[in-house]
Ligand binder design. Structure first.
Ligand SMILES: *[C@@H]1O[C@H](CO)[C@@H](O)[C@H](O)[C@H]1NC(C)=O
Ligand SMILES: *[C@@H]1O[C@H](CO)[C@@H](O)[C@H](O)[C@H]1NC(C)=O
Length: 408
């Protein structure tokens, strides 16, 4: 038998149980919200979007997205740039280069950060989802989800891999029309034929697709319960994209909450759970398993850099590849010379090699002039609305639903 304070114990227990019950009924957030103590700021009930045809969490019923409308030419678009940032990352370049841009910065590893996330888990996906959940009712015309770094290999080559140029040139009309736009135009990596959830173990390409091994059918079923397993998921890499207000709101908020709950609870290593989302943002916002818009139209309609068609666009990049091949040969000479200099030796290059290097330098210089001329012409062409329109995809989504399963 237990000794100790008699009688008091049952009362304390009863009181505690009652208090817990009261707390549960009155304070604890409704199920569906992610963490008991986390106020997602979405206490308002939401009316179901017109795109929804049943239970918001039945992913077997595809959302009926509708094409967006651009505003009349010359109109302004409101926008927000959402950026996750760690303490050691510097985003001073944004204030310097685009001071007027409205930034929403999530300092993910700072305890008193202004914009909060429930947990620093899942990399940028946690921030993007939290922004959407917390601002579902007050979104700008365009929300641009970006990383904190200015220069990155995955930014657009024709804009010097520079996020500033990308943000300055971005055509909000395209975002409004398409609903979702990856801000990167280049297909590789991610397009056109990328993740296969049923790829046999021995066939993985760990160098190009390190995330594929994590993208298994069970994960798909956890994230999209009820949705058929797609034959492949392909979309442009690297998780920087712009979405219109209309398109975000065509996805019921319950889904974003569900996605975030998955991120919060998955046992998958952080660096991979974030990358899982890298290859489904396009699916979330377009419903298409494969979303690989033509590169030339992305550049032309998206940024006003118009080469005048797909062939001309490809010709430019073929020329650039040729230039880079020559550059590599020249660079070998330079490296050998640099190494010798470091070792305190004479240049190891004989006269034939020196002559060859000088010749290569001329050839590369010629290419650079030519490529720059083509880029400038493309930008000039992009200022002409007619030329832009000619190099823009046309849409007719009005009949795609004829083939969809009818849930009702
Ligand atoms: C758009 O914004 C610019 C710059 O703020 C302003 O000068 C212009 O009048 C605006 N245009 C419209 C149609 O509101
Ligand atoms: C210069 O060096 C290259 C490579 O080391 C060699 O093949 C070539 O014969 C050399 N030429 C002369 C003129 O020494």
């Amino acid at each position: 038998m237990l000794s100790g304070p008699p009688r008091l114990v049952p009362f304390v227990v009863i009181f505690f149980v009652l208090a817990l019950g009261w707390w549960y009924l009155h304070i604890a957030p409704a199920s569906g919200s992610s963490l008991p103590t986390w106020n997602s700021g979405t206490s308002k009930p939401h009316t179901a979007p017109a795109s929804l045809r049943g239970d918001p969490l039945d992913f077997g019923l595809p959302l009926r997205f509708t094409d967006g409308q651009a505003k009349p030419p010359g109109s302004n678009y409101t926008y927000k740039i959402v950026i996750p940032k760690t303490e050691k990352e510097d985003i001073g370049w944004m204030a310097e280069e685009i001071p007027e841009a409205p930034l929403v910065i999530y300092e993910v590893d700072k305890s008193d950060a202004e914009n909060k996330i429930p947990k620093n888990k899942g990399r940028e996906a946690m921030v993007y989802l939290s922004y959407i959940i917390d601002h579902y009712d007050d979104l700008a015309d365009t929300t641009i989800f970006m990383h904190a770094h200015r220069h990155a290999w995955h930014n657009n080559q024709l804009m010097g891999l520079d996020a500033v140029q990308l943000l300055k040139r971005l055509n909000h009309e395209r975002v409004a029309r398409m609903g979702y736009m990856n801000v990167r135009c280049h297909h590789d990596p991610g397009c056109p034929d990328w993740i296969h959830m049923d790829r046999p173990g021995g066939d993985f390409d760990f160098y190009h697709k390190p995330e594929e091994i994590y993208w298994r059918k069970e994960i798909w079923e956890e994230i999209h319960p009820g949705a058929p397993i797609p034959p492949s998921i392909s979309g442009i890499c690297c998780a920087q994209f712009a979405v219109s207000r209309q398109r975000i709101r065509e996805v019921p908020i319950e889904r974003f909450i569900h996605y975030r709950k998955w991120l919060l609870t998955t046992g998958m290593d952080d660096q991979f759970s974030g990358r899982i989302f890298e290859y489904i943002w396009h699916y979330i916002f377009t419903g298409h398993e494969v979303h690989c818009p033509a590169m030339n139209t992305c550049y032309c309609d998206g940024y006003g850099i118009c080469f005048g068609g797909r062939q001309a666009f490809e010709d430019y990049f073929t020329k650039q590849d040729e230039r880079n091949k020559q550059f590599q040969i020249m660079d070998e000479y330079n490296k050998r010379e640099d190494q010798a200099r470091e070792d305190g030796k004479e240049s190891p290059l004989n006269q034939t090699e020196l002559d060859h290097r000088a010749k290569l330098r001329d050839i590369i210089g010629g290419y650079d002039v030519e490529l720059e001329k083509l880029r400038n012409e493309a930008k000039k062409r992009g200022e002409d609305p007619k030329a832009r329109k000619e190099e823009t995809e046309s849409y007719d989504s009005s009949h795609i639903w004829d083939y969809a399963p009818h849930g009702d």
